[in-house]
Write a protein that binds this ligand. Structure first.
Ligand code: CTP
Length: 404
């Protein structure tokens, strides 16, 4: 049976040239067994009429907040209550801004505030509008609140520009709704390591690195949204722990290893994004070391390699590592994959602009144990997280089918 069967989907259409494509989405959802209630904004009506949607969905199309087709019910509250999913496709920059700030000045935005349905948003707009920091910030605000975005794709836009801004295609949007209704990582137990480690020198100093933890937190967050049970073992970061994860804060590499070993036997997947300090001071000063000596030599000794240790003890787990490199990216990553007994490694050239430490974006190549490679363009860390988790889902599926 289709996951859409008997589901109530509210389809909000806003004023973008791509509004006509919403007719195809409404049609496919209806064919798949969903009951689709279409809400058009005033601007959407400049591009497409309610007649089209009424014919497709065989249901009234809603426009005005004060339309009350059934006298006994307040239409928007009734619709808001019974919806399983609120899909906004296409979504303009304007609706993203209104949703981010809770503005409710028409039927669609009022519904969005009044519903507890899952929100799926497929934006479509001019590239510059999409990339505008205001729009991107609104996307992040909504994502942090749990909205599922189906990002626009690159292509020739109505205005003649070429770039990101085209509405994603119907199958991709339908797949996103399917995932929201039926989270693909439900039942999967995932361990994520994130952030830097700190190796104390004395009471007030330590050795560390500039890792912000953003990549690991994005993976934890995205995995939670996809239904996974997540343990996040994290070094010190400034990020808020993702709601719903079991977060274990640690400081040193040894503490991170201990925390990972505690849960290792009970997890299905490990994704190691932590930038672990490879060495630690051999001796830690008691208290604060006073200045005065002309020189200070600190002797360093190796830290445990957490991922390698997990690789050596690997049972049924799927192990995913990250490789931070500044040279010979793929060769070095391939070597780490082999030596740490991994299933997948995410190779990351941290010397490139917009990639690696502290950035919100990343440019990575996925490398599998069978030497398959997938280079990805520069994208947000959340999008990288989605690609990594898609690869994990494929590995889990391959594993369960090989087990018969
Ligand atoms: N890693 C780990 N424990 C360590 C070092 C690394 O678990 N002590 C993990 C990282 O989280 C990452 C992968 O191993 O998933 C590769 O880390 P990276 O820093 O790129 O490589 P290293 O193994 O430290 O090797 P090198 O520093 O020589 O490049």
């Amino acid at each position: 049976m289709s996951v859409f069967e008997g589901k109530h989907i509210l389809l909000g259409v806003t004023g973008s040239i791509a509004a006509y494509k919403a007719a195809d989405i409404a049609s496919k959802l209806t064919q798949a067994g969903a009951e689709v209630d279409v809400v058009l904004t005033e601007h959407a009506r400049r591009f497409i009429t309610e007649v089209t949607f009424r014919a497709i969905t065989r249901r009234p199309v809603l426009i005005d907040l004060f339309d009350e087709p059934e006298e006994r019910q307040i239409a928007h509250i009734h619709l808001a209550k019974r919806a399983d999913v609120l899909l906004i496709a296409p979504a303009t920059a304007n609706i993203l801004a209104k949703l981010a700030y809770g503005i409710a000045d028409d039927l669609l935005t009022t519904l969005a505030l009044a519903t507890q349905a899952k929100l799926v948003i497929a934006p479509a707009m001019n590239t510059v509008m999409w990339q505008n920091p205001a729009t991107q910030q609104n996307v992040r605000i909504l994502e942090a609140r749990g909205a599922r975005f189906v990002y626009p794709v690159e292509g020739m836009l109505a205005c003649g520009d070429v770039g990101a801004g085209k509405l994603a295609d119907t199958p991709t949007i339908l797949q996103a709704i399917e995932e929201v209704l039926n989270p693909p990582l439900r039942g999967v137990r995932l361990l994520v390591t994130a952030g830097p480690t700190e190796e104390p020198i004395d009471a007030v100093r330590h050795i560390s690195n500039p890792s912000s933890g953003k990549m690991g937190y994005a993976i934890a967050d995205e995995a939670l949204r996809q239904g996974a049970e997540v343990t996040l073992v994290t070094g010190p970061t400034l990020l808020a722990p993702p709601a719903g994860a079991k977060t274990v804060p640690v400081r040193t590499a040894q503490q991170m290893l201990d925390a990972c070993l505690q849960v290792y036997d009970a997890v299905d997947v490990v994704i190691a994004t932590a930038a672990v300090s490879d060495y630690r001071p051999a001796e830690v000063w008691q208290g604060k070391r006073k200045k005065g000596e002309p020189e200070w030599t600190i002797r360093l000794v190796p830290n445990p390699d957490i991922l390698r240790t997990l690789g050596e003890r690997k049972g049924k787990q799927i192990l995913v590592g990250f490789a931070a490199e500044t040279q010979e990216l793929l060769q070095n990553a391939q070597q780490k994959l082999r030596e740490k007994n991994l299933d997948l490694i995410v190779a990351n050239d941290v010397s490139q602009e917009g990639a690696g430490f502290r950035a919100d974006t990343n440019r990575v190549t996925l490398l599998w144990a069978d030497s398959t490679q997938k280079p990805l363009p520069l994208m947000s860390k959340r999008e990288v997280a989605q690609y990594v988790l898609q690869a994990v889902r494929d590995l889990l599926r391959a594993r369960s089918s090989s087990e018969g």
